[in-house]
Design a protein. Sequence first.
Length: 450
Amino acid sequence: MEAKCKIMSTQRVKPSSTTPSHLKHFKLSFLDQLAPNQYVPFLLFYSKSDVSGYGKFTTLCDKLKDSLSNLLTFYYPFCGRIKENSYVDCNDEGVLFIESKISCSLTNILEHPKVNLLKKLLPLDPFGSRVNNGNDEESAMMAIQVSELSCGGIVLGVCLLHKVADGIATASFLNAWVEMANKVNDNTIIKPYMEASLLFPTRDMEFSSPLSGRVDNKELTTLRLVFDGTSMFRLKSEMGGYNPTKVEAVTALIWKSMMEATIARSRAQEYVIIRSLVTHVVNIRTRVVPTLPERNIGNIVQLAVTPLIEHQVRGSVSVELKDLAMMVRKAIMRFDGDYVSKIKGDGGFDVVVESMKQVMPTHLEGVQWCDFTSWTRFPLYEANFGWGIPTWVSTVGMPVKNNVTLLATKCGEGIEAWVNLDEEDMVEFERNQKLLEYALIHPPLISLIF
């Protein structure tokens, strides 16, 4: 039976202190201006055994709201509204906070996580038409949903507008919220860095980011792959003397499997021309001189683009996994201190735009764009608000063809990959023998709660 969601209450959580008038106007950096008009979604699942000692569900929600209200005095832009894609009017309108009940248990969810069910656990559709119509001023900056499951467990769903926070900034905010929930004195909370617009100044924006509005209307299929620690070791060992990171190794395998799926679906008896590239979101915070603080607001990332692979092939892709992994590494390493120094200041915008033109639609006609985002280093499994760490952490991937989101498994040794493909490609992709040597498809997560 389909799980049903019943909304129990909806309210706005505002900062515990009014934002001073001199802080009402928060400038976006040009990296924020170029960010897609969508939300960064996270889901954190807590079992009944974790939260049962905390009292009633309403008591738990009150603690979350109180600590959130106190934290928002430091993160006041999250309570405002974006104006003209250039600044945030910090009007203390507040964060949307929803309390709900879901007619399913944590066991039901973990047996076979389904995207449609996960979406019900979020306060809004992070990629819906309402946030892709170009009207930023209609979009709430942040929304939260706390859901009580039928078993007594809870799910915390968080959506933060990408215009003011990338994935790293969102994870950093969650960690700050955890600290606030567990501390009596908020003077010990690390305040976020909020001056990215000094490094990457606001611009009169005419360039339209290729990342905006990238939602596919065609039917897509989502596959969840899990590479455990043992599989990761074997996969990395296959690449000979090259020692890839886990992310590089998994990216190479999924990329090659995507190319071979495209070839297989063509059913061609002769050679097929394959044109493909990979993009990876790169955190440049540590590459800025001096290094930026760990806590910050905004988008301080760039998009690494591999060289275009263009081959006439038959059957399988001849490029070795280690060569694909090396291509990914070289693309990411391009964003070093020298590059970051070029994009700082007034002239940096033109450098960034020139780089982004590589993935403009006019440049990608007939090209398989495999779009990767890695959240494997986010310490989301440390999110203990006072009742224990999450049983599982997940997200809802962008509904875009060939989009892949990578997360760490709970033990930290493996990688969980959410892969979106069109239906015909997915049929071939999920029976790729090399992929199946290392990845489990939709494995149940039920062992996490025992």
